[in-house]
Design a protein around this ligand. Structure first.
Ligand code: NAG
Ligand code: NAG
Ligand code: NAG
Ligand code: NAG
Ligand code: NAG
Ligand code: NAG
Ligand code: NAG
Length: 386
């Protein structure tokens, strides 16, 4: 029975691999590089990606022009990553989780400021050699914000198209990074404008549960949730129902996890009582830190849970959940099965010797071997996707 299901899945995968029209955007393997990390540009293995995104440019609160935090890195970015992979595409990301809400909000709400911002963003992208722009306004939280964001994308696309007509350069890509789920209380994203004006969106499918706010252990980037709607599968479904086609969605993969302090070390499954963050101040740990911590401290695990799609390790009373190689493969496979446009990693320096980056690629080279390795739960789960 199991092998019959596997064969059906393989057949569907085979069909989907062969049904892409020639002109469509090819499968995207994107990664963010955050300048404030310990991974120098020259060490990036860009052969593992199709797109690399340099993060983050900021907004000047009086001119609404971009400010570049590290002009040496940002100007070297494109040339450096193209040395190992000449066909890679680079984008400049603007904003990010720490961007000033009132500055972006003021820019988006005023047509003079918007024009200033848009013109400068295009000029800056060209000046530094980026092939696209990514807008990451994660704090947008009012219906005015959302309406203004829609107008911004409209005007931005028009300006980009105009710039292309006037220059001999190819048109800049325009993308946005968004939270997992489009409805946010009463405000919802400007779906129509996003569909018409953006090449695609990066769906940041993680941080559902953080150790500071949730006093129980959890899968912070669960693909599925047996007992709630808080999971990637539900969020991706919501974007599609709201009107963004799967072919515009790029699935975010976290190369980090979270550590909780167990209230009682003998209760250590998902949902066990916890007292707060462990190991670091907010409990966040990169994949390579988790591996190192596990090795040096003699962790139990990694344990794999196929109901949520998550790994976790236990070190005494520290409980750390994350996406390991097997989970990354399952999520990449999910993105393919759902006919999404690809995946985007936050953040490439958090990988450990590029093993997670390679996991996404290898699974396409050796798809059959991957499915042969799945246990029964994985096969059942994948068969539900159809
Ligand atoms: C970069 O990735 C490629 C493809 O997986 C691999 O062959 C190569 O060894 C990697 N290089 C480094 C320096 O890790
Ligand atoms: C912002 O722009 C103003 C006016 O162009 C300039 O005087 C100021 O130095 C800029 N601030 C930063 C932080 O770049
Ligand atoms: C954000 O920008 C506004 C101006 O737009 C400024 O008044 C405020 O101090 C800034 N906030 C932070 C935290 O930098
Ligand atoms: C936009 O900002 C400019 C310059 O501060 C101001 O003159 C104009 O009234 C503002 N427009 C709106 C719609 O707020
Ligand atoms: C929106 O977010 C900003 C920044 O986080 C916050 O200051 C503001 O109170 C929020 N507004 C609403 C309506 O939630
Ligand atoms: C592009 O060319 C049009 C006329 O064809 C002109 O009106 C416009 O100002 C130019 N825009 C830029 C950004 O050069
Ligand atoms: C690995 O972890 C140990 C302790 O758990 C720490 O002392 C060491 O600095 C870590 N090494 C790296 C490269 O993070």
């Amino acid at each position: 029975m199991v092998s019959r299901i596997a064969i059906i899945i393989l057949f569907h995968v085979f069909l989907s691999l062969n049904s892409h029209p020639a002109k469509a955007q090819a499968w995207i393997k994107a990664g963010y590089w955050y300048y404030h990390t310990d991974l120098p540009l020259s060490k990036i293995n860009s052969t593992l990606y199709t797109h690399l995104i340099c993060a983050f440019a900021n907004l000047n609160s009086s001119s609404y022009h971009l400010s570049i935090p590290s002009s040496d890195d940002f100007s070297a970015f494109t040339n450096t990553v193209k040395q190992k992979n000449p066909s890679i595409t680079t984008l400049l990301s603007i904003g990010g989780g720490r961007a000033n809400y009132s500055t972006i909000s003021a820019m988006a709400g005023n047509s003079t400021y918007r024009k200033s911002f848009i013109d400068d963003s295009i000029k800056t992208a060209r000046h530094y050699g980026f092939q696209g722009l990514d807008f990451s306004w994660l704090s947008a939280n009012t219906s005015d914000n959302m309406a203004n964001m829609g107008t911004l994308f409209e005007e931005w696309r028009a300006a980009i198209a105009m710039e292309t007509r006037n220059s001999s350069l190819s048109e800049l890509i325009l993308t946005a990074a968004v939270r997992l789920s489009p409805p946010l209380d009463s405000v919802s994203f400007p779906i129509d404008s996003m569909r018409r004006n953006l090449n695609w969106i990066h769906v940041l499918a993680y941080d559902y549960y953080l150790p500071e706010g949730f006093k129980f252990t959890a899968a912070s980037a669960a693909l599925y949730a047996p007992d709630s709607d808080v999971c990637t599968d539900t969020g991706i479904g919501a974007w599609i129902i709201e009107g963004l086609p799967a072919s515009k969605l790029v699935l975010g993969l976290p190369f980090f996890g979270y550590a909780w302090k167990l209230a009682n070390p003998t209760e250590n499954s998902i949902g066990a009582p916890a007292t707060g963050p462990a190991v670091t101040k907010e409990g966040d740990m990169s994949y390579k830190e988790i591996n190192n911590y596990s090795k040096t401290q003699g962790a139990v695990g990694p344990i794999y849970n196929s109901f949520y799609e998550v790994n976790y390790v236990i070190v005494g009373s520290d409980w750390i959940s994350f996406d390991g190689v097997d989970v990354v493969r399952i999520k990449v496979s999910y993105a393919k099965e759902k006919a999404l446009l690809g995946y985007v990693v936050w953040e490439i320096s958090q990988d450990d010797n590029w093993v997670l980056s390679q996991a996404g690629i290898r699974m396409f080279l050796n798809r059959k071997m991957f499915f042969d390795q799945c246990d029964n739960n994985d096969v059942k789960r994948l068969s539900l996707i159809d």
